[in-house]
Design a protein around this ligand. Structure first.
Ligand SMILES: [Zn+2]
Length: 285
């Protein structure tokens, strides 16, 4: 049996990567970039790190990045940030925007000592989050919010631009996201590793796609070579069609991230990813 190759102009887009962390590809941005590239990923949104990647160190045509994680003491893994107390949050966001950071990475909640991702402590008052959104938007930046708990609907109402993770997104939140144009990077494979797969995804993810919510593919803890695994999980665990996931990993992400395909960038896969999502794991060129 022969497999017809499929060429995707611009290649794939990873909407939630951490290029500075060692998530299996080795330490350092260069190692992560090489692993992403080998996996067919030619455009990336870095989802933040301790110091962030300075905008002038990015390939501006193919990469955007959040800055340093914004979270209070105890509101994230301690080695990953310098804490930002609530009273300093808006100024910290303003400083990042002034430095040219296009995405503010807000850790909206985080589990306490019980490690319960569905009942995390809320890190900042929603009034503060709304102020961060105003500051970001006034400076041409946007806000990506890490959230695993029930505060996700309030974050959408506060105007954040993308929900990262959001395992407690329900049908009502999906409708609010559709109305506001909020993107969703559900990172289902990363969450499934921590909590097991969630039945709710089979309702909310297809509904989100049907309503036009930009659902994007993010590798997060899978590491920069994990895009095919996340895509496959979105089909198997999330109930999305391979064609929907391919859109999420290409044009859908490019529209949200404002990273148009660059002339000459293309990736060829063995098979047709729009029919068989596992083709994304078989990069030919
Ligand atoms: Zn992340």
């Amino acid at each position: 049996m022969t497999t017809t190759p499929t060429t995707i102009p611009g290649g794939l887009v990873d909407a939630h990567a951490h290029l500075t962390l060692d998530l299996g590809a080795g330490p350092g941005v260069a190692a992560n970039r090489a692993a992403a590239r080998a996996a067919g990923v030619l455009a990336v949104r870095d989802a933040g790190s301790r110091h962030g990647i300075p905008p002038d160190e990015l390939d501006g045509a193919r990469e955007v990045a959040a800055g340093a994680f914004l979270a209070p003491a105890g509101g994230h893994l301690p080695h990953l940030l310098e804490p930002t107390p609530p009273a300093a949050l808006v100024d910290a966001a303003r400083a990042q925007v002034a430095a040219g950071v296009p995405w503010i990475k807000l850790m909206a909640d985080f589990p306490g000592p019980d490690h319960d991702w569905f009942a995390p402590a809320v890190n900042y008052d929603l009034e503060l989050v709304a102020e961060v959104v105003r500051v970001a938007h006034a400076g041409g930046a946007r806000v990506m919010a890490h959230v695993s708990g029930p505060v996700v609907g309030d974050l959408v109402a506060a105007g954040v631009d993308s929900i990262e993770h959001g395992p407690m997104v329900d049908e009502a939140v999906v409708e609010a996201m559709a109305e506001r144009g909020t993107a969703w990077v559900p990172t289902v494979a990363t969450i499934a590793r921590r909590t097991g797969p969630l039945e709710v995804w089979r309702r909310t993810l297809p509904r989100a796609v049907a309503l036009g919510v930009p659902v994007l593919v993010g590798t997060d803890e899978l590491g920069p070579a994990g895009v095919a695994a996340e895509a496959e999980a979105l089909v198997r665990l999330g109930g999305l069609s391979p064609a929907d996931v391919l859109h999420a990993a290409t044009e859908g992400a490019r529209a949200v991230l404002r990273l148009p395909a660059q002339d000459g960038d293309a990736v060829t896969f063995a098979g047709d990813p729009a029919a068989d999502v596992t083709s994304l794991a078989r990069v030919l060129r």
